[in-house]
Design a protein around this ligand. Sequence first.
Ligand code: UTP
Length: 300
Amino acid sequence: MQKGQLVIKPLTKAVLPVAGFGTRFLPATKSMPKEMLPVVDRPLIQYAIDEARAAGIKEFCLITARGKDSLIDYFDVAYELVDNLRQKGKQDSLDALEPSSIEAGSLVALRQQEPMGLGHAVWCARSFVGDDPFAVLLPDDLISANPGCLAQMVEVYNKFGGNVVAVSEVPIEKTSSYGIVKVSNDDGKLIEISGLIEKPKPEEAPSNLSVIGRYILSPEIMNYLAAMERGAGNEVQLTDSMAKLIGQMPFHGLRYNGIRYDCGSKAGFLEAQIAFALKRPDLKSSMRNILKKYACEEEI
Ligand code: UTP
């Protein structure tokens, strides 16, 4: 694709950083990756891969760490299980396994030996990325949207190229928990971004629009990440290197259509269970009854 002088390469690669400790979910995450926690019956990683596939992604790179091998096994063929289910004629269970199959050679896993921050995790994917644009999806941001959030961002990317991030409004008193954008133009949906600050105090925040865990990035970001500058929380922040791309190439924020569940927090994770169960024809009615039961108890 070409726009003026700007060549817009198709987006086919995604990086999924999953090397964090997931401390907010201890003790559950002591021996299992946060990204394997299920929402209803699918692990968080499955939702992220599904969203990426629906947006045209063909190659996946997991940035993993010690103790996270179950994430890689999840995408393997479970021979004994499949054989057993076939023998018993359990077609429904075989069908349930289908989304976890992935084309041979299309998923790689790289190790981040120390959780030095999201920027460092993304930098670990530099050889996978090469000279291509790439998406970053944080699986603990679960987004219910149709079309998917990344697919909506790809539409913007295919028009403008450069970098695209998904943004969402946060209460101004909470800006110090997020990467916040400075806006130079805002048509209510698409935002031209003129600055990015990681975890600003409310009085220093340029807006209340936060970048959430979906990014389309240009490979040039790797040059800035390589400097390994430490930012907020003494971590190598992705936001700080993204900020350096602003002015050099298009940088847009998208107010996507959809609902985000912060599954990195307990309340967000529990809300996602309810919301996703209510969308399932097989669970909707029992979930409603459960909610009624506990809503009544609350009143007593
Ligand atoms: P989070 O801070 O939300 O995840 O990072 P965490 O560190 O695992 O969780 P808590 O805060 O201790 O509960 C956002 C994403 O970036 C990844 C995490 O795995 C998560 O998907 N990450 C973060 C890395 O891969 N490496 C890092 O060094 C930091």
